[in-house]
Design a binder for this molecule. Structure first.
Ligand SMILES: [Mn+2]
Length: 357
């Protein structure tokens, strides 16, 4: 049975409370992280237990971690990578001991994700995250950070922390010799090293796709399409090596047939992020839409149907939402539109389940 969840950034960072999430009625599980941990740091048992206890005290279930971040040393095969992999394995062991069995992560160089606007106004006055290729082509990464940091509503967005952006030139230097093949090789090395602990503690690793699904600022990107994701599944052919199926990330490329990709990943989708995009003039100009199929480009029913058909039974969450009803929150992570998304996805799912039983 799939479990509807919502991402939550912890009581010190999130504008949304666990009580509000529980009152949606649709959301039963929480996806969270230890926000202040740096890549390469071990998550201690007592820290994980405290995080879990807080979620459970609110009547919700801790359904998985997004994310345990992978260090740049692991991604670039720097000398410290074995030390960082050891720390990562210890964290997975501690998560398993606390009964947490799904871990989302990504293998993107430098940027976690890229958008050119965090508050593009739509005709109804709602605001959404958007991407415009011409803008990316015309500016440097530092300039882009400056131009969007004013739109963060006072929050710090994961992957776009000011400390990280201050080092952006150094980071580009670090990835100077890393092409797609090197990135694949480093990912394989990492996965092979952690699979024993994943098997022992039944940790399902769920790689998040690169967003958008093409090279940005000349950096290599590998988790972008069916061919590459199947290559990765085969490269380390273990059910614990799986994916976060994020429709809003794979869907940035209109060449990706989302239901077909889902069907090709039977048994390997451990987590699902479901959202819709609206494409404008051209393939590389899009904005995030309401979850409703008719508000954007994707057939959400076909996506949910494909998940049902492969027997998907992991956590699923509405991904980014629009900012509506004057809410002030981290862009993409307000309560209201994600709650609407959760309700809609649960409605689709109930209908698919009942029509097929
Ligand atoms: Mn996602």
């Amino acid at each position: 049975m799939m479990q509807m969840t919502m991402r939550w950034y912890g009581s010190r960072h999130d504008t949304v409370t666990l009580k509000q999430i529980r009152q949606t009625a649709y959301v039963k599980g929480i996806i969270t992280t230890l926000y202040d941990k740096m890549p390469g740091e071990v998550w201690e048992l007592d820290e994980i237990q405290a995080m879990k206890a807080e979620v459970e005290a609110a009547g919700l279930d801790l359904a998985g971690i997004e994310s345990v971040n992978v260090s740049d040393a692991i991604k670039t095969a720097a000398p410290e990578r074995d030390r960082d992999i050891e720390a990562y394995s210890k964290t997975l062991e501690n998560l398993g001991k606390c009964g947490i069995h799904m871990v989302c992560y990504n293998f993107m160089p430098v940027f976690d994700w890229t958008r050119t606007e965090l508050a593009r106004m739509r005709p109804d006055g709602s605001t959404v995250l958007a991407y415009h290729q011409d803008t990316v082509d015309q500016i440097s990464p530092e300039k882009m950070f400056d131009s969007i940091s004013g739109d963060m509503n006072g929050t710090v967005m994961p992957g776009w922390e000011p400390e990280r952006m201050a080092k952006v030139k150094e980071l580009f230097q670090l990835y100077r010799d890393i092409d797609s093949e090197a990135l694949f090789a480093n990912l394989k090395y990492f996965l092979e090293a952690i699979m024993p602990v994943c098997s022992q503690y039944d940790i399902k690793m769920a790689i998040h796709p690169d967003d958008p699904a093409w090279s940005v600022f000349g950096l290599p990107r590998i988790i972008i399409n069916k061919e590459n994701i199947l290559r990765m599944m085969k490269m380390v052919d273990d059910p614990h090596n799986g994916v976060t199926f994020c429709t809003g990330s794979y869907g940035t490329s209109l060449k990706n047939d989302l239901p077909d990709m889902i069907r090709s990943l039977k048994g390997r989708i451990h987590f699902a992020h479901i959202r819709n995009l609206q494409f404008n003039d051209g393939e590389r100009d899009f904005e995030e839409a309401a979850h409703l199929s008719s508000d954007g480009t994707f057939d959400m029913h076909a996506i949910m149907r494909a998940l049902y058909d492969i027997g998907f039974d992991g956590p699923i969450r509405p991904d980014h939402g629009r900012m509506i009803w004057e809410e002030k929150a981290m862009p993409g992570y307000g309560l209201y539109d994600r709650a609407l998304g959760a309700a809609y996805l649960c409605g689709l799912w109930e209908s698919i389940v009942k029509e097929n039983s």
